[in-house]
Write a protein that binds this ligand. Structure first.
Ligand code: SAH
Ligand code: CA
Length: 214
């Protein structure tokens, strides 16, 4: 489901800085070779993540759900001097492609790619993040939120993707039958009710929940 009119979406794209040639190539290669290419953030969301990162100027970013690395490369654009982006994916088949693009983008010193289950890897990571992007299995969003919370500096941001779940999030039938929809709804409510953060649900693309630790 598209949330906004096709022509308006095209207009917005045409008035957004283009993606780099390398990101365009990663986008094309993902669509040509990888399963479920719709999961890739893409032009508009990629530029938004890059812009957020440049606003935050994070020293440390955590990404949960690398996929082919598109969103990681976008967020890395805003890292502070000497900063590090840690990104985790459970799918080892993605490894060669992700490492190739990290190298090509010149981020070998700034992106640490971990393969494995994020629930197991997060506790072994450093303790101070300025920005976290949650974009892996939807049923664990609330668990990821709890796992990272104490690792966030005051003023740090958590951004969670797909929180409107193609509109299913307000569909009673989907909520009744689909575990992922229910998990995302529970996550959105958890953030909304958490007095430790201020938050905004931005209805861009598939919905981004942005929460700032007070
Ligand atoms: N952030 C990417 C898209 C991520 S797609 C982008 O915007 O371009 C979601 C990814 O989460 C998939 O690659 C999947 O393998 C990964 N994933 C699912 N469950 C996971 C888990 N438990 N731990 C780590 N990664 C997981
Ligand atoms: Ca996503």
């Amino acid at each position: 489901m598209e949330f906004i009119d096709e022509k308006l979406a095209a207009y917005a794209e045409n008035h957004t800085s283009p993606e780099s040639e390398l990101l365009a190539e990663l986008n094309r290669e993902t669509w040509a070779k990888v399963m479920m290419p719709r999961m890739l953030s893409g032009h508009i969301q990629g530029r938004l993540l890059s812009m957020f990162s440049k606003m935050i100027q994070p020293k440390a970013i955590l990404e949960i759900g690398t996929y082919t690395g598109y969103s990681a490369l976008c967020m890395a654009e805003g890292l502070a001097e000497g900063g590090m982006l840690y990104t985790i994916d459970i799918n080892e088949e993605l490894e060669d492609m992700v490492r190739r693009y990290i190298k090509e983008a010149g981020y070998e010193e700034n992106i640490q790619f971990h393969i494995g289950n994020a629930l197991e890897i997060i506790p072994s990571l450093p303790n101070h993040f300025d920005m976290v992007f949650i974009d892996a299995d939807k049923e664990n969003y609330a668990n990821y939120y709890d796992l990272v919370f104490d690792k966030l500096r005051p003023g740090a941001y958590i951004i969670a993707d797909n929180v409107l779940w193609s509109g299913k999030i307000i569909d009673e039938k989907e909520l009744a039958k689909d575990k992922e929809t229910r998990a995302l709804d529970a996550f959105n409510k958890k953030v909304q009710e958490d007095p430790r953060v201020e938050n905004i649900l931005i209805p861009v693309r598939d919905g981004l929940m942005v929460a700032r630790k007070k």
